[in-house]
Design a protein around this ligand. Sequence first.
Ligand SMILES: NC(=O)c1ccc[n+]([C@@H]2O[C@H](COP(=O)([O-])OP(=O)(O)OC[C@H]3O[C@@H](n4cnc5c(N)ncnc54)[C@H](OP(=O)(O)O)[C@@H]3O)[C@@H](O)[C@H]2O)c1
Length: 315
Amino acid sequence: MAFDSGLSGTGHLISAAMEEKAAITVLVTGAAGQLGRALCDSAWPGLAVTGVTRADCDLTDGDAVARLVATTAPDVVINAAAYTAVDKAESEPGRAFAVNRDGPGHLAAACARHGAALIHVSTDYVFDGSGDRPRREDDPTGPLGVYGASKLAGEEAVRARLPRHVILRTSWVYSATGGNFVKTMLRVGAERDRLTIVRDQQGCPTAADDLAGAAALVAGRLAAAPETAPTGTFHYSGTGTTTWFDFAVEIFRQAAAYGRPVPELVPITTADYPTPARRPANSVLDCARIAAAYGVARPPWPESLRPVIAALCRI
Ligand SMILES: NC(=O)c1ccc[n+]([C@@H]2O[C@H](COP(=O)([O-])OP(=O)(O)OC[C@H]3O[C@@H](n4cnc5c(N)ncnc54)[C@H](OP(=O)(O)O)[C@@H]3O)[C@@H](O)[C@H]2O)c1
């Protein structure tokens, strides 16, 4: 099985994929990101995974995307690339839309030309976060900021160009690499005695490794059963709802076992912590549809947090 971290040159990656054409070939964009790394750093039975970074192929360049898909001839593309700087997007809407709307549009068009399926990863931020009920896939969208609006436009670009797609909306992604809440908490917790953390936004933390497992399972089914594998929009997150404050409490509880300092944690409201982009108060996704269609595992989020804390605290 071909396996590559996706962090070397495209030529090498492409030849790795071609040599293993007998396996289902999966092309992963955003290979240096949290989800992309999780996909490229694991061996998935029956899948030959090829990862590409922005340096290999900038998704905003339609010709480069077309060339990439034509050369690698994947069975399935997983788009884990995105402009994810939620606050910065407010002042860079052109860049956010170029990556999050036009990029998936180029990928979907290339997949349509080459008979590949596309798993496109999207976000809870397409919703406005009102009410207490977990959001279902067909609930009305209503992004509060540029990032959410650009991701929603990306979903629409995929739906318009490629029937054989799976849009996988997820929330609160973290891993031992990249920038995320878990790493930020451990860093600032080592620097300060007291942290104030928002307690009026609720959601479901999702380990990048769990999300990668779900995406790999879906990719395998899309390739093995092109006519019957379920397509459309699905929600996937870790099991269990929490708030940013209670997420932090659990991060420091687990990190304390490795001798990490535990700062005083003070709950605050969103109004106490103004940010350029508004965030949904309720980010909880109803994940029943993907569980029924694909039988994916959705471990309780504190359980999935454990190996990440172990990896970060053993460093
Ligand atoms: N992180 C979360 O909490 C969260 C929550 C909900 C949904 N999601 C979604 O989940 C997916 C994966 O997120 P993640 O946390 O793994 O993101 P991430 O760590 O920010 O990684 C995104 C990757 O995309 C690459 N990228 C950016 N612009 C690109 C371009 N023009 N062409 C090619 N690659 C480009 C980035 O490369 P550079 O570093 O070089 O820019 C980066 O490696 C995204 O679709 C995101 O919207 C994330």
